[in-house]
Design a protein around this ligand. Structure first.
Ligand SMILES: [Zn+2]
Ligand SMILES: [Zn+2]
Length: 319
């Protein structure tokens, strides 16, 4: 089973996204890239270089529902005449432009984000969601933890690896311990645990950082010899990246806990102190707020800070 990484441009700060062509039967793409003319052209020509056309694709598998990874799924699917599209069910709630605005709004306001700031972010995300075409839920096949994607010459096992998003999945070729991990593993940066409603209890937040740490340990337990991430080159030294991530998360935990005073602070205020330059009008603001919330949730679950609700907003205090 030949795994071929293809680099596809995105309009995002993160740069190119990795798409993986699996040249086997059924011919499979893991992720597809954003819905921009540049990405569609690049995907077409990268596939052509490997002797493949959109119409040859039989199966599209999505690591998660971010626009830079899933945007072209419908275009490829339609040209490929009903190739199957697989994604974890926990991604479908906010997949393909169906972002649960009300749930997000409630979670943001609870974290002390002013309504005007949320509105501003919502407008920005409406633009971002244009980089994905809608597919109906009935067009999607569910990815499930531990299922196998069969190929003529082998199979990929699916560890469900939540954290970056609730339904993020990875793919393991056990014969040589090769992983494809989407945005769970990024060669140069630590992945963001993104704010999301809990898929099982949408009124609550998904505990993205705690979940991410479990997923990271699970991937490590597979002793990967090679890990292909969602952006950047392949990782050959998984132990190095594992320890680097754990150190970076630990450092940030300490920083966040130190920012919580006796007098109380909201997650939004922590985000402003943590990333004084990142709260302009772009996607970094959402990522910065997500990061602060994820770390406060984690610190609270570890009993390092306390939280209470005052006037509809969560206020954190040092323990
Ligand atoms: Zn992502
Ligand atoms: Zn990504």
């Amino acid at each position: 089973m030949n795994i071929i990484p293809l680099s596809i441009p995105t309009p995002f700060y993160v740069g190119d996204v990795n798409v993986y062509l699996i040249k086997d039967d059924p011919l499979t793409l893991i992720d597809v890239g954003p819905k921009t003319p540049e990405a569609a052209d690049a995907l077409r020509s990268e596939l052509a270089r490997n002797g493949v056309q959109f119409s040859d694709v039989r199966r599209i598998v999505l690591t998660h529902a971010h626009e830079d990874h899933c945007g072209l799924a419908k275009l490829v699917r339609d040209e490929a005449k009903d190739a199957e599209v697989f994604i974890h069910e926990w991604e479908t709630g906010h997949l393909f432009g169906r972002l649960a605005h009300e749930d997000h709004r409630r979670l943001m306001l609870l974290s002390g984000v002013p309504d005007a700031v949320f509105e501003d972010m919502r407008l920005l995300y409406e633009e971002v969601s244009l980089l994905t075409d809608s597919l109906d839920a009935s067009d999607l096949q569910p990815l499930r933890d531990e299922m196998e994607l069969e190929f003529e010459s082998g199979s990929l096992r699916v560890p469900h690896t939540p954290g970056h998003t609730p339904g993020s999945c990875s793919f393991a070729r056990e014969a040589d311990r090769t992983l494809i991990c989407g945005d769970c593993i990024l060669k140069r940066i630590t992945p963001n645990p993104i704010l999301a409603p809990d898929p099982l209890h949408p009124s609550k937040r998904f505990h993205s950082l705690a979940e991410y740490l479990v997923s990271l340990a699970r991937l490590r337990s597979l002793a990967p010899t090679l890990a292909y991430g969602g952006h950047g080159g392949p990782v050959t030294d998984f132990e190095e990246i594992f320890h680097r991530y754990v150190r970076a998360i630990d450092d940030r935990q300490k920083k966040v806990i130190a920012l919580v005073p006796n007098g109380g602070i909201t997650a939004y205020e922590v985000a402003q102190k943590l990333f004084p330059n990142a709260l302009g009008h772009d996607v970094h603001r959402f990522l910065a707020i997500s990061e602060a919330i994820a770390h406060l949730d984690y610190a609270e679950s570890e009993n390092k800070v306390g939280v209470e609700i005052a006037n509809g907003v969560e206020v954190y205090r040092s323990n």
